[in-house]
Design a protein around this ligand. Structure first.
Ligand SMILES: [Zn+2]
Length: 217
């Protein structure tokens, strides 16, 4: 049986906040656009993909994890993966200096760490142009294009987020740059930026599936 790829897009049009200070980027909308593009590209390549939130309104976390787990029960959790797409924020509605891409898994060593590693590999390749937009000011502020936490031996960050904890399949949450950093928002909204963010997910997910297949043979 092939892998079932589930894409979760965070928040809804009725979620408070979750936008750039100038209102040009709304996280719920951006995450949906990226999720749709990731789904489209993976489908074209023949993968089995489903977006678990098709509504524009905010769907409660327990409903979203419930949808994921229903599919896990049907297909077997080992045959399912989940990626939840978000944009980061450092403040409460003001422009901030924090920048960069990262991904989260739940604490402890699981299959999700392998999925996250594949997404990091893809991010390192595809964010090269984004890295060139970093200024001396960014470096002075200790900002890096790809944010990591190697304290547990791998690149990803760890957090007890609901969608990572309450889902039965390997699950990773990506924070695709900062919606409250002016330069990140410019990049996110550019054609190249949108293509790149989608490509990280498509490429990272395919790397993971190929790795699983290699392990079986
Ligand atoms: Zn979010």
């Amino acid at each position: 049986m092939g892998m079932k790829i589930l894409i979760d897009n965070g928040h809804g049009e009725n979620t408070a906040g979750k936008r750039s200070p100038d209102g040009s980027l709304r996280e719920y909308l951006y995450a949906r656009e990226i999720a749709q593009e990731v789904e489209r590209q993976l489908r074209l390549k023949g993968y089995d993909v489903e977006r678990i939130v098709r509504e524009n309104i905010d769907v409660k976390l327990e409903v979203r994890s419930g949808r994921v787990n229903e599919i896990c029960n049907e297909c077997g959790a080992a045959n399912v993966l989940l990626v939840s797409i978000h944009c980061n924020a450092a403040g409460m509605g003001e422009w901030m200096s924090a920048r960069g891409w990262c991904a989260y898994t739940s604490p402890g060593k699981t299959k999700a760490d392998e999925l996250a590693e594949c997404l990091y590999e893809a991010a390192r390749i595809h964010l090269e142009d984004y890295a060139k937009t970093f200024t001396d000011e960014d470096r002075k502020n200790k900002q890096v294009p790809i944010r990591t936490d190697y304290s547990d031996g791998d690149a990803d960050l760890e957090a007890r987020f609901w969608m990572l904890r309450k889902t039965k399949c390997p699950a990773v949450l990506t924070e695709n740059l900062f919606q409250d950093n002016n330069d990140d928002v410019d990049y996110l909204l550019s054609t190249a930026g949108r293509m790149t963010i989608a490509r990280i997910h498509v490429d990272g997910i395919i790397r993971y599936i190929n790795k699983l297949q290699d392990e079986k043979h």
